[in-house]
Ligand binder design. Structure first.
Ligand code: GDP
Ligand code: IMO
Ligand code: MG
Length: 432
């Protein structure tokens, strides 16, 4: 029955895909509510390892309905390739994967603009994923976007592109010195994508509302993490998803009201990672940082770009801040197993900032860059946890670590993940 938001609490890659894949067993509908193929959600199951960029992580159960909501930007060839790959590896999508007719479409100028913007920024580059998703959201807000519904109507698409392509060409040629695009060619290509995507396209808001009316359990899958959110995150080193990467954006990105959401599961990694530029107070550039990146199964490399992730201790100042902003009711703590070999583990509980101690995340980019973490040191457990399935069987110090995170975030940990495989999980309290 419930409607649950699954949101990343840090800088992305917390294991949202893995957690959604696990929870989807008990849901009927899984719906992605934000971003585009800048996201990379890894799922490991009996069919192998999958890196999903647009398709929700419920797709591996043949009886689940999966929805790509209106809050997304979709790149048609990327979505078509993802669908093809899933089908070729034995995952059915027909009749149960649905794409919102109101979702935005990533157009060929978006990656070009992003590349040039990053170049122009020079040292201030965001180090984006380079997929064009940021410029596509800029165009959404700038009322210069193409929506999935437009691809379904060839004539109206031509009318729209007859304005948009020259309009974008002006920017490409005059501002960036890039080659102009041809309206006819863009029209032919995108009309073809429209025909190929047509079997999946529908009013997904109505579909989810109907499912809720039947009493179905619905998971709303977020992308990125709260510290990459435009409002809450470490601006300007954030992603451009509108309305929001936070749980508050879930209803809008799917088309349901805020009163329909029952709970918010915050997914947090047992330490911190970040890909791309921007402040990260607890980053470690020493051998412990390397151990966090390379240790355990599935080392820390971006699921979309393959870039090494910056790693560091758990930042409870930032995590408590995002738990509050999201109204987190339960926590899923992932990658606890990566901490197994460490003799001691640090958690940042406050920042030292201009001679003062603070437990809040400063808004100012300069202040955040100058904040130095104040750590609490906890004893490690130095035992393999990857085969543990009951909380009481975890080493005492591992249990103490989980309990300390609960205290610091003021929210209960319901699930602990000790490996990438579906069954490598410890349920403390039921989520569904
Ligand atoms: P997402 O973007 O939040 O879905 O996360 P990613 O898939 O980008 O990154 C999470 C990575 O951690 C993936 O490689 C997962 O397979 C892996 N993973 C998830 N949970 C665990 C865990 O508990 N332990 C270990 N070792 N790996 C995990
Ligand atoms: P998932 O859903 C981690 C980061 C990029 C860059 C910034 C802006 O897998 O957790 P963008 O391409 O969005 O304009 O890049 O945001 N970023 C992510 N980092 N996980 C993600 O998604 C990310 N999506 C974007 O590295 O710093
Ligand atoms: Mg990811």
């Amino acid at each position: 029955m419930p409607v649950i938001v699954v949101v990343g609490g840090q800088w992305g890659d917390e294991g949202k895909g893995r957690v959604v894949d696990l929870l989807a067993q008990k849901a009927q509908v899984v719906a992605r509510y934000s971003a585009g193929n800048n996201a990379g959600h890894t799922v490991v199951n009996e069919l192998g390892e999958f890196k999903l960029h647009l398709v929700p992580a419920g797709i591996f159960y043949p009886d689940k309905v999966c929805v790509i909501g209106n809050g997304l930007v979709i790149d048609p060839p990327v979505l078509l390739a993802e669908i093809e790959e899933l089908q070729s590896r034995g995952v059915s999508v027909q009749g149960r994967l649905f794409l919102s007719d109101r979702a935005q479409v990533l157009m060929p100028w978006h990656p070009i603009i992003e590349r040039m913007d990053e170049e122009l920024r020079g040292k201030a580059a965001i180090e984006t994923t380079g997929r064009g998703v940021g410029p596509a959201f800029v165009d959404k807000v700038g009322r210069a976007g193409v929506r999935v519904a437009d691809l379904m109507d060839k004539e109206s698409l031509l009318e729209l592109l007859s304005f948009l392509v020259p309009y974008k060409n002006a920017t490409l040629e005059k501002l960036y010195g890039a080659e102009p695009l041809s309206t006819e060619r863009v029209h032919a290509e995108y009309a073809d994508y429209g025909s190929r995507l047509a079997p999946f396209v529908t009013d997904t808001a109505a579909l989810v509302q109907e499912a809720m009316g039947r009493g179905d359990t619905v998971l709303l899958e977020g992308a990125q993490g709260s510290l990459l959110d435009l409002d809450a995150g470490t601006y300007e080193y954030v992603t451009s998803s509108v309305p929001s990467s936070l749980a508050g954006g879930a209803g809008i990105g799917i088309g349901i009201g805020p009163t329909k959401i029952d709970s918010v599961l915050g997914v947090y990694k047992a330490y911190s990672t970040r890909v791309g530029a921007g402040p990260m107070p607890t980053e470690l550039t020493d051998e412990t940082g390397t151990l966090l990146r390379e240790g355990g199964p599935r080392p820390e490399y971006g699921a979309t770009t393959g870039r090494p992730r910056r790693c560091g201790w758990f930042d409870a100042v930032a995590a408590r801040y995002t738990a509050r902003l999201n109204g987190v009711t339960a926590i899923a703590l992932t990658r606890l197993d990566v901490l197994d070999p460490l003799p001691t583990i640090k958690v940042c509980t406050e920042y030292q900032l201009e001679g003062e101690r603070t437990d809040s995340l400063p808004a100012s980019r300069g202040m955040l860059a100058r904040a130095t973490p104040i750590y609490e040191e906890l004893a490690g457990w130095q035992q393999d946890t990857s085969a543990t399935r009951r909380f009481k069987d975890l080493p005492e110090n591992a249990r103490a670590y989980v309990r300390r995170i609960e205290e610091l975030l003021d929210a209960p940990v319901h699930l602990v993940s000790v490996g990438p495989e579906r069954d490598q999980a410890i349920s403390i309290k039921p989520i569904l």
